[in-house]
Design a protein around this ligand. Sequence first.
Ligand code: ZN
Ligand code: ZN
Length: 339
Amino acid sequence: MKRLMLTGPGELRWEEHPEPELSGPGQALVRPVALATCDIDPAVLRGAFPLPGPYPFGHEGVAEVVAVGPEVRSVAVGDRVVVPFQISCGSCRSCARGRTGNCRSHPPLSTFGLGAMGGLDWGGLWADLALVPHADAMLVPLPSGVDPVAVASASDNIPDAYRSVGPQLAADPGAEVLVIGGPAAPSIGLYAAGLAVALGSARVVYLDDSAERLEIANSLGAEAIEGPREARVGRFPIIVEAAGGAKALRAAIDATAYDGWCTSVSVQLQDVALPILDMYTRCCTFHTGRAHVRPVIPAVLDLVAAGRFDPALVTTATVAWDESVDALLETPMKLVAVR
Ligand SMILES: [Zn+2]
Ligand SMILES: [Zn+2]
């Protein structure tokens, strides 16, 4: 089969590789049909993120099931499924608590398409075939009527956005949301804005200095405000920091209301000083960390199926599979490759 290899900063190439084969009763083989870039991929391709390769590339996509082991019950050959980027068994103590990003049955950081971060190489999704080790626990069938191209980023970035507003709005219905958008997690910030609108927030403010992202935020139903990330636009009970860097993080914490939640979905590559006394005084709940994507993917897909959230509005480039390499190297914000 063919698979796409990231061989270094700005270097991608297709290579021939032996096809994966089922080796356990709970596994599935899938054929990716719509692939998306994750927000860290453009940075990786520019050499600005510490995952330089070489490794098989791609960790966001929808695939068609082509073979299943005898114990697989929840999916069948021909189903179209979201493939979560994190490897999870579904039965260990962490998975039982919904902490599927820290599954204890495999080394920490076990994922598709990001190299052997956890010690094992699980292959990439930008390939003719991928082996899913726990089909029932991992794969999520698409509801009827949902376009695989629209939800190609439901493996990682859309559920990552959901965790920053979904549980918070469930606990505080209608609460106002501020998203500080920017280049570190650009699509996650936009998905968060769109999901907050879909989940009934009374007001969703999206702050950014990019005309492209502001226009997308507006199309998702958010109130788009142009300005630097440290602009004061008020205090909010729910804050999402997606811009990256110390200024944005500090601005997000400063904008968090009493008893508010602040979630940083950007990956801060440097240490950042935090105003702990202010946070204590305001009873600020601050969360950062990798999202546990698998448990929230069905909720995301339900919102799309119901017509309440359209993630396709965030996609900035769509190409045919064969044109992937050139398109990836142009590093658009959100690329989807289709076959
Ligand atoms: Zn990712
Ligand atoms: Zn597990």
